[in-house]
Design a protein around this ligand. Structure first.
Ligand code: FHN
Length: 588
């Protein structure tokens, strides 16, 4: 495709440049709602089906991040944006003429989701590019009207989902529409050069299309609105009313805006580290882009998928994991393979994943994480202890029995109590390649002391967000690694001379522990670490713009029990020093 580079860039920037970039920064922010589970049926979807497939598929998939032979790095569905290829709307629309997804196989996609252990699929019915991936009467810029393929994939997908017993929902970009006059960050004039307002776009396209997607595909489970930006409340309310009218049991995503959605959607690619209350979802992708990007082979492995899924469930939420099919409709095989392999594990251990409650520890443990069902704990062990002992801190409820699961088989294991810790005797070799599971049957529902236990054998990393902070700031920092690829860290920074981040820990075995700090910063920094009322150590180390783990030294815990450990930035540029975590590793 030909891009008129300079003119194109200028036009695109005038039409949706600065605003679109600003939109990228303010997409989901802190303003999203916590879910009200006022409709029990709607809440059910998240309670039971806490793992879903997200699909970003549209005209942009055809480009796969390459335009006129040049590759653009970032999220593929934003290829029109000036920070990517800067494609003017008229030029972009021509892509429809060659969109012919012969390899699209709705049944195979639904089967993949089923094999992956997912419970429903959310697919882009219209993304910010404005192209309807379904048969829309409201706007001709759609797949049946303008492409040689001329079919409606959403009907096929709806049928395939129903056949597999999966739920279906539609992503719909309600605010941003980069090709329709008046749409958010879109052209400000119509084809005749007359001014177009957001109201024009809303009345002519947005509202009727939401009416269509909620009426034409049978019962659906969810409408996933995205990037509300500054869209006025009166519009969002009308959209939500349409969903309620046509699909009374469907959830509306928190990104509808103005607190009118049903649940909270976290920031893109964000898996939380502490339990989050209410109904919420994390959205993530199998590589780094949402839509297909030809170069993006950085696939999450089956183990990473399970780590992230179980972390979300253990924090009390839902995990939606994206695939980006190619322009021809095919799904990249490596993404499919990771989904299938992690899915095989889920089908072996459904009790760990579905209909479970969050971990009462409210955070991960050094070797893995915990999910709960009634009086049972499921310990998902990612890092298997080579010593033959697995240590669980803070469990107050009595243990009836514990067994090591191996698919449908189970082996009873010995359990001991020591200084308030529960110690399981396990084989030295992990029974599972991906994640091994211990089922712990309790006398009652679990009661725990969530204080971080310092594992006597493995490294215990405690994130700075768990510290009590004084004389420094504790906030969330977000940045894009590539365009649209979000990273987040909750860090302690802006250290004053008296600044402290204090971590409370529970030590099972007295002795020396090697302390490391993971931080970023400028130049050489001197950090102090104190066992409050005990030993003080300090050391100078270099810093890096990226977070890096730096050793500080050995520190002694003279006896088992609870301690407070304080971290201070003693010398150097305390303003930019950003502490991410502290690590404790027993000295052998
Ligand atoms: O701008 C979109 C982006 O393209 C993608 O769809 C993600 C998925 O959560 N939502 C927006 C950014 O937050």
């Amino acid at each position: 495709m030909r891009i008129y580079l300079i003119v194109g860039l200028l036009v695109a920037m005038t039409l949706h440049g600065g605003a679109a970039e600003q939109g990228m920064d303010k997409m989901w922010g802190e303003s999203t709602v916590k879910l009200r589970a006022e409709n029990a049926e709607r809440g059910q979807l998240f309670e039971e089906g806490n793992y879903a497939m997200f699909i970003h598929w549209g005209l942009y998939s055809q480009l796969g991040n390459k335009v006129d032979g040049k590759t653009y790095y970032g999220i593929g569905e934003w290829i029109m944006n000036p920070r990517m290829a800067g494609i003017p709307p008229a030029e972009y629309k021509k892509l429809a003429g060659t969109f012919n997804p012969q390899e699209f196989d709705a049944k195979a996609i639904a089967k993949l989701a089923k094999d992956a252990g997912m419970k429903y699929i959310i697919i882009t019915s219209k993304h910010h590019d404005g192209f309807a991936m379904y048969d829309s009467k409201a706007c001709d810029f759609n797949i049946t009207k303008t492409t040689p393929w001329a079919k409606d994939p959403m009907h096929e997908l709806a049928d395939a989902c129903r056949a597999e017993g999966l739920g279906l929902g539609f992503y719909y970009s309600h605010n941003q529409d980069w090709t329709f006059p008046g749409g958010g960050n879109g052209p400000k004039v119509d084809e005749d050069g007359n001014p177009a307002t957001f109201d024009d776009y809303f009345v002519k396209k947005c509202l009727p299309q939401v009416e269509e997607i909620t009426s034409n595909y049978g019962p659906i489970e969810l409408v996933w609105f995205d990037t509300p930006g500054k869209m006025p409340k009166k519009y969002v309310q009308q959209l939500v009313d349409v969903v309620r009218k046509n699909q009374p049991n469907a959830l509306v995503s928190g990104r509808a805006g103005h607190g009118l959605g049903d649940y909270q959607s976290l920031g893109d690619m964000e898996v939380p580290h502490r339990n989050v209350k209410g109904l919420w979802e994390a959205v993530d992708t199998t590589n780094d882009s949402w839509a297909y990007a030809w170069y993006d082979e950085y696939w999450k492995t089956p183990e990473e998928i399970l780590r992230r899924l179980i972390a979300c469930i253990a924090r009390g939420g839902t995990y939606m994991l994206n695939i980006g099919p190619r322009g021809d409709g095919s799904v990249p095989e490596r993404a499919a393979r990771s989904l299938r392999e992690s899915g095989e594990w889920i089908h072996r251990y459904p009790q760990v994943v579905y209909c479970t409650d969050a971990s009462p520890w409210e955070h991960a443990l050094p070797w893995g994480d915990v999910t709960v069902k009634d009086h049972k704990l499921y310990l998902s062990v990612f890092d298997w202890p080579a010593s033959g002992k697995l240590y669980l801190p803070g469990l107050k409820t009595s243990v009836k029995s514990a067994q090591l699961l191996n698919g449908n088989e189970a082996e009873i294991i010995k359990v001991e109590k020591s200084n308030g810790w529960t110690v399981f005797e396990v084989p030295r070799v992990a029974p599972e390649k991906l994640v091994s599971v211990i089922e712990v049957d309790l006398e009652d529902s679990p009661q725990v002391d969530p204080t971080f236990g310092i594992d006597p054998e493995m490294e215990t990393e405690i994130l700075a967000e768990f510290a009590t902070v004084q004389g420094a700031k504790s906030t969330t920092k977000r940045w894009m690694e590539k365009f649209g690829e979000w990273k987040a860290v909750k860090h302690v920074h802006n250290w004053t001379p008296d600044g402290k981040a204090v971590f409370e820990v529970d030590v099972l075995e007295s002795g020396d522990y090697n302390i490391s700090l993971t931080y970023s910063g400028e130049g050489r920094l001197v950090w102090g670490v104190d066992v409050v009322g005990g030993e003080h150590i300090q050391n100078e180390q270099n810093s890096s713009h990226n977070y890096q783990e730096f050793p500080i030294g050995w520190i002694n815990f003279p006896k088992p029990g609870k301690y407070k450990v304080a971290v201070t930035c003693l010398e150097g540029d305390g303003k930019t020093s950003s502490l991410k975590s502290i690590g404790f590793k027993p000295v052998f």
